[in-house]
Design a protein around this ligand. Structure first.
Ligand SMILES: Nc1ncnc2c1ncn2[C@@H]1O[C@H](COP(=O)(O)OP(=O)(O)OP(=O)(O)O)[C@@H](O)[C@H]1O
Length: 531
């Protein structure tokens, strides 16, 4: 108040030392001249001293008040008063800011991870700094926000601002603490929590699925392609699965192929259904058939289709039920557990032998009941979207307990190459179709009377870039197979003595050599003609 009164009493005078109508080009210079004209130097110094004395008396009284308050008012009441004072005198912001930390305790924060992925697709052209990275195994660049960068996003009528913040960790060598700040108008709080953030999680999941590199895990693999270069628990190592098999390249009965795809689709859709009926969300497939009919290729096609990782578990490397449990618990959701050649697993066969011969000692700690428990017992319920695939060349050698529905839901017979299968392979390997090709009819009739695996047919088709040579080679191969099969049947039917059968085999070899020579001659003639 003193200060105000003094200021108001200042006289407004013109300085006699300056001519009133002097002209200046600069406005600032003109103002300062005006000021100087208003106050004489003695008056300015008087004003400054009164200002200083006012400030000193104000600061002194405040210090006195503060020390009295510190003495008389208890600490808790004081801090309450301060916060109330701050609350009433700080202007209210209409915005709410959510801090999304990188970690929740020891584990990663799912919302933070999702935001990282989602925001990489929301970067505006105005953003000035971005983070770019790519590991040797990654196919695409990874783009992220740099410290302090902003992304503005919209969701229905809500405007949201994301900011990426990095701060120094409090502990020495604690590294950087990272978090996102998400700001929006307070009135949209419910919409953001109930709809926007779940939408971000969903979108991030979709983006991850698109870019996902499928991994093949094995306990025998000495290293891991995980980003943090750590092996998963349960001693799994991994490599990127680069198997190009897809359902489009698989030569198998089209109806069977469609049935498998539909079954997988239904399995993926049925999360709620599995919960409702009280079953673990998993599905078991048994693939059986002779070697080279595409069992492993089908597993790769399933993984590529679903974008699921594969855990290749050799049962022979598992020593006990406890180890099997540990190993399976360290596998992730959305994965395929592959147990190949289940009939060759000595433990599974052993139980059958033990049943027949009760005296056989229990050699290992891995038992069939341990395996069954992991497939559909209580342990199997730890995890979601799991697929278990058993493969075997001999279905009849497997313990029926393993095959019952609920354990192996679908039994898929991978059979010899059919005419449909051949057409697909011919189109894949040679880029040809059956139209006007003279070889197709002959190959069809040979395939109907001979058992050849898709692997054998594919091998023949790969032998030449020239479709005619490759197809002629396949015809010869199938004829040879047919003759061999005929010879074998004949041998079995006649049941002659050893000498007779040796003579017949010798004759068969001679006739086969003759046929081969004819084929070679034919091929030479064709080559000459082409030249
Ligand atoms: N049905 C098929 N469609 C396309 N290619 C196939 C098919 N079956 C086999 N092949 C070809 O043969 C090769 C071997 O097949 P694959 O390993 O999948 O057979 P498998 O039945 O798993 O054999 P095994 O029982 O010996 O493990 C594959 O790399 C693929 O090129």
């Amino acid at each position: 108040m003193i200060l105000t009164r003094r200021v108001l009493r200042w006289p407004i005078k013109q300085s006699p030392s300056l001519p009133v109508n002097t002209c200046f080009s600069s406005g600032i210079a003109f103002d300062s001249i005006k000021m100087a004209a208003m106050f004489s130097s003695s008056e300015i110094s008087k004003t400054a001293s009164s200002l200083f004395s006012a400030y000193a008396s104000f600061a002194g009284s405040m210090m006195l008040v503060r020390s009295v308050a510190n003495e008389l008012i208890p600490h808790q009441l004081r801090s309450y008063l301060y916060s109330a004072f701050r609350y009433f005198f700080t202007p209210l912001s209409p915005d709410l800011t959510l801090a999304i930390d990188e970690r929740c305790g020891m584990s990663k924060n799912q919302v933070y991870e999702a935001a990282e992925v989602y925001l990489s697709t929301r970067i505006s052209p105005k953003t000035e700094r971005l983070k770019l990275s790519k590991t040797r195994k990654q196919k695409h660049f990874t783009i992220g926000l740099e410290k302090g960068e902003l992304v503005v996003d919209g969701f229905e009528d809500v405007r949201l601002t994301w900011r990426f913040v990095c701060t120094e960790g409090q502990k020495p060598h604690g590294g950087e603490k990272k978090h996102f700040e998400l700001s929006f108008n307070k009135k949209h709080k419910d919409k953001v929590l109930d709809f926007y953030l779940p939408y971000v999680l969903l979108k991030a999941e979709e983006i991850k699925k698109q870019d996902k590199m499928i991994k093949l895990y094995s306990r025998q693999c000495p290293f891991s392609c995980e980003d943090d270069n750590e092996r998963r628990g349960g001693s799994w190592g991994s490599i990127i699965l680069e198997h190009p098999a897809t359902f489009d390249t698989l030569a198998m009965d089209p109806a069977l192929k469609k049935m498998i795809i539909d079954d997988l689709e239904m399995f993926l859709r049925r999360n709620a259904y599995y919960k409702k009926v009280g079953k673990a969300w998993k599905r078991g497939y048994l693939l059986y058939g002779p070697p080279g009919t595409g069992k492993s290729s089908l597993v790769a096609a399933m993984a590529n289709y679903l974008k699921f990782d594969i855990y290749d578990l050799g049962l022979t490397s598992v020593r006990s039920d406890a180890e099997l449990r540990r190993t399976l618990l360290s596998t992730t959701n959305r994965s395929i557990l592959l147990i190949e050649d289940i009939d060759c697993s000595s433990e599974v066969l052993e139980r059958q032998m033990r049943n027949k011969n009760k005296k056989l000692p229990d050699k290992t700690g891995l038992t069939l009941s341990g395996i069954l428990n992991c497939i559909d017992g209580l342990w199997s319920s730890c995890g979601d979207e799991r697929i278990i695939v058993f493969t075997t060349n001999y279905k009849d050698r497997i313990d029926p307990a393993l095959l019952r529905p609920g354990r192996m839901d679908l039994h898929i017979n991978m059979s010899y190459c059919t005419t449909d299968g051949f057409r697909l392979l011919a189109s894949n390997y040679l880029g040809i179709s059956s139209k006007h090709n003279p070889f197709f009819a002959e190959i069809d009739s040979l395939l109907n009377s001979t058992e050849a695996t898709p692997a054998e047919v594919a091998e023949e088709l790969m032998k030449s870039d020239d479709p005619n040579i490759a197809l002629q080679g396949l015809v010869n191969f199938l004829k040879r197979k047919r003759d061999e099969a005929d010879d074998e049947t004949e041998n079995k039917a006649t049941g002659c003595g050893e000498v007779d059968s040796s003579v017949r085999r010798l004759n068969a070899i001679v006739s086969r050599v003759k046929r081969l020579k004819t084929n070679v001659d034919q091929r030479k003639i064709m080559m000459r003609k082409r030249k």
